[in-house]
Design a protein around this ligand. Sequence first.
Ligand code: S3P
Length: 449
Amino acid sequence: MSGHGEPVPMTARRSGALRGVAEVPGDKSISHRALILGALSVGETRVSGLLEGQDVLDTAKAMRAFGAEVTRLGAGDWSVHGVGVGGFAEPADVIDCGNSGTGVRLIMGAMATSPVTATFTGDASLRKRPMGRVTEPLALFGARAYGRHGGRLPMTVVGAAEPVPVRYTVPMPSAQVKSAILLAGLNAPGETVVIEKEPTRDHSERMLRGFGAQLTVEDAPEGRIITLTGRPELRPQTVAVPRDPSSAAFPVCAALIVEGSDILVPGVSQNPTRNGLYTTLVEMGADIAFENPREEGGEPVADLRVRFSALKGIEVPEDRAASMIDEYPVLSVVAACAEGTTVMRGVKELRVKESDRIDAMARGLEAMGVRVEEDEDTLIVHGMGPGGVPGGATAKTHIDHRIAMSFLVLGLAAQKPVSIDDGSPIATSFPVFEGLMAGLGAQIVRSNA
Ligand code: S3P
């Protein structure tokens, strides 16, 4: 499991033009939700295209611990026999969510309104991350949580035996918090209302409706008001998971900065709550064609044809942050290879991800010879133009898959090789990254091989 085993140092070298088709894995957010909602339905849910990254495998294991039957039928094909809303059994052991904030927070929500007690833990990265943002609203349903100082894991959650519905305004832009409350609301009588001031990824809303819950969304001056009617009988579904736009970001950004590249990334979700990176890249001058737009698994998808581009720095609109929150690390790599300055404001949520991503990117980029500025809520990268980044250093990845992949992408276009201290976390979200990138012609190796 990531963060538990031996570190895997890796090195990326300046590469020739990237060519070919990059079939990236299934969407991580949708994969977690498919397993959890499948476990809360009565009957068999079938999932195809499930991301078989460690984060999602840990959620599958957790759903088994709560009583669901979860079976792998073939590559990406899974079956979940659920126990129904309110049907969770008490786990016999500690639930280890590994590296996954989404896994632990959504599962805490899903069990918080059932009369069961569960203890959660995770790897060294997850044990540093704040859980108070979910346990505070879950307490309003009647659940109790006992964790380490600062609301950190390991943490025991005692589910409410007689939950009450909740009306809650989420104080930070967080789809995980929103989703935890909605999942808890499933087993509370009456209407649970979640208000988000800024829209975040809406997979929970789409999928809850798909599984038969009654859920309405209203845009009001105070924000997006989501109302869920509790105690539905969720109907098992067939879920086709679209490819993950956050994983697609790595080959896409690599092709944009490696001279002569021309690649196709098929079937990538273009859900408007997820596609901020692509809008930003186009504004920077990226040559991306969104071909064959269609709907798959209830999500808008397109095939992305991406060619090397001369990019210019821009100011990323602050209100776009939530729709590209996981993509700032790789955007800052692209920004380093662009002409001019890229300003990323309103990004303080990056500080509580798998690592403090503002700090991790700033220190790593500086080590590679790039000038950056940062404050609590801002990252500014001074671009060095195509082929202009010196490289020649090792970046620390802090048990963070996206930091690891971002610096490997940078190495494909930097003057000297770029190394990372540990590539093992990549398996949490993109287990086929090395093979996929090698297939495009990227020079990425395990440094100690
Ligand atoms: C996710 C929400 C985001 C994102 C994470 C996945 C989700 O986290 O960073 O990778 O699936 O709901 P926050 O809710 O903390 O913003």
